[in-house]
Design a protein around this ligand. Structure first.
Ligand SMILES: [Zn+2]
Length: 131
């Protein structure tokens, strides 16, 4: 495991965060209703490896269905830099919102595809290329 500290932000910069992430351990793309619509590309981190640096007052919260996840997005620019478990146990950081990653690095990150649309978190959907 090689944890690195990354900084990230929403588009307008009102929301800024820092997280210790091992990106080579894997990232996730999912076909569930919200991930597919927002093209969310995530890396899971435990809550104690995530620090919100700015923007708590600018963040809005969206929850649906079982209400287990707080989908947090900037109320100014609309970008979702992270989501979090409602019980506070973990964060799903948006890889797309991390600063300083070259396209070559992003392209080389390992991705696990999950079939969230059918509640199959242990299996890839039949088609992944659009995610
Ligand atoms: Zn913003």
């Amino acid at each position: 495991m090689s944890l690195e500290t990354y900084r990230g932000r929403c588009h307008c910069g009102a929301v800024r965060f820092e997280a210790d992430i091992d990106l080579d351990a894997g990232t996730v793309r999912c076909n569930c209703s919200i991930c597919a619509r927002s093209r969310f590309w995530l890396a899971f981190v435990p809550a104690d490896r995530f620090r919100l640096l700015a923007g708590e007052d600018t963040l809005s919260d969206y929850r649906f269905a079982a209400q287990r996840i707080r989908h947090r997005f900037c109320s100014v620019c609309g970008v979702k830099p992270f989501g979090m478990a409602a019980d506070g146990s973990g964060i799903a950081v948006s890889v797309s919102c991390l600063d300083g990653l070259a396209p070559e690095r992003l392209a080389a990150l390992p991705v696990t595809y999950v079939d969230g649309a059918h509640d199959r978190w242990d299996a890839a959907p039949a088609v992944t290329s659009y995610l």
